[in-house]
Design a protein around this ligand. Structure first.
Ligand code: CS2
Ligand code: MG
Length: 402
């Protein structure tokens, strides 16, 4: 089965998405998400200029060979742009192969290891009271696991507080909006939020929190310790993870489970963290970590050290990524949890999909392939609208981690 055409579709149904569509001489096509929030056009150029010309004429069944060809052949290995481009090709080819086999992708990976995929939703509010109410709304929708983020007194634009609705889109301006961060206020505030949540909802509900890279290792250790009485499912991105060694310090001081990896793009970014069991969940996902092919390698390494998966699933990862991730989640033995930040109705219309939500779980459905497609005609109605992610500064004006 030969690849005869491939194209990049950029659309903005409420937010920008980049999709690669690959077509074969047997009439089958597959799609892959290539969205890199705030840097979308870099991946578009990488695909159109440096990848698509290499794909035409290749055997679409040779997924691994094409992966190795694009990874080693680039010479300049790894990085979010390269690995998102490779991921889009990989995901589209797995979609095609499963369609050719006449089965849902999870069957091709090895069949279902569970009946459904446990997901977590995003509850947030401007303050503790609003966030407590938002968690209740998610519980009423059937969620068994809920991430809670609230505004922090005196902190303009604290991370994770959306503008209402079911999801949170951080890329909100043509030029980066500037937020101000104060660690000390946050460290005092966060435990109060979870104390209220446990007092209100009891011990059952799984609660998660995203620190979003903002603490130093010792501050992260302090926060982890202060959250121990509230038994979090995980504390995410507690400190920047380029330096994997930093997590040794955090791990020494707290038993709060740690999750990291949504901005990782290869197994090398997390090898030390996994091999030394410095984390409990690895957050790498289909679109930014080289596709299904590479994500399986990361999960396989993680399984040796009892680290579980916790794929990133924010609004800025398209339904094509979500669909593929759910097939991976249904199969992967060391599954932990899947993030599920719902998409807008416009987005769901552009990307018809087979996955469904029920009582706190998602299921990828039984459609052949990964079960997601793109309505190209509708996609054209939403032109690209350049948006940047925010930046954060400390009160003295120095740039900090957003
Ligand atoms: C967040 C993301 O969902 C998460 O865990 O870290 O919303 C992240 O801020 C965005 O994906 C950035 O584009
Ligand atoms: Mg995160």
């Amino acid at each position: 089965m030969r690849i005869i055409a491939a194209k990049v579709i950029v659309t903005c149904p409420g937010r920008n998405f980049v999709t690669l569509k690959i077509e074969t001489d047997q009439g089958l096509h597959g799609i892959g998400d290539a969205t890199l929030n705030g840097r979308e056009k870099a991946v578009v150029a990488y695909l159109e200029e440096h990848v698509i010309p290499l794909l035409i004429g290749r055997d679409a069944h040779r997924i691994e060979d094409i992966w190795q060809y694009l990874y080693r052949g680039a010479y300049w290995r790894r990085g979010p742009v390269t690995m998102s481009a490779i991921a889009a090709v990989d995901t589209a080819l797995w979609d095609i192969k499963a369609k050719a086999a006449g089965m849902p992708l999870y069957q091709l990976l090895g069949g279902a290891s569970r009946d459904g995929v446990l997901v977590y939703g995003h509850a947030n509010g401007a303050d503790i009271e609003e966030t407590v109410d938002a968690v209740g709304r998610y519980q009423d929708m059937g969620y068994k696991a809920i991430r809670a983020q609230s505004g922090v007194p005196g902190v303009k634009g604290a991370y994770g507080v959306g503008k209402g609705g079911l999801y949170y889109e951080p890329a909100d301006s043509t030029l980066p909006s500037e937020t101000v961060w104060t660690t000390s206020t946050y460290l005092d505030h966060a435990p109060k939020l979870f104390e209220r949540l446990r007092a209100t909802y009891g011990p059952e509900i799984e609660l998660l929190h995203d620190v979003h890279h903002r603490l130093t290792p010792i501050e992260a250790a302090r926060l982890g310790k202060s959250l121990e009485p509230f038994r979090l499912f995980w504390m995410e991105d507690c400190t920047p993870a380029e330096n994997q060694d930093a997590f040794r310090l955090v791990r020494q001081h707290t038993t709060t489970p740690l999750a990291v990896g949504e901005i990782f793009n290869s197994i090398h970014d997390c090898r030390t963290l996994i091999e030394e069991q410095l984390i409990d969940y690895i957050r790498t996902t289909v679109v930014h970590a080289g596709g299904i092919t590479h994500l399986r390698q990361i999960a396989g390494l993680a399984a040796l050290y009892q680290v579980r998966t916790g794929c990133h699933g924010a609004t800025d990862l398209s339904p094509a990524c979500m669909g593929a991730a759910l097939h991976f989640d249904l199969w992967v033995p060391n599954f932990g949890i899947q993030e599920y930040m719902r998409h807008s109705e416009e987005t769901d219309a552009v990307f018809p999909h087979a996955y469904t939500f029920n009582d706190g779980y998602l299921h990828p459905g039984e459609a052949v392939g990964h079960g997601v497609d793109i309505d190209e005609a509708l996609a054209t109605k939403y032109p690209y609208d350049p948006k940047q992610l925010p930046v954060a500064r400390l009160t003295d004006g120095s740039i900090w981690n957003w």
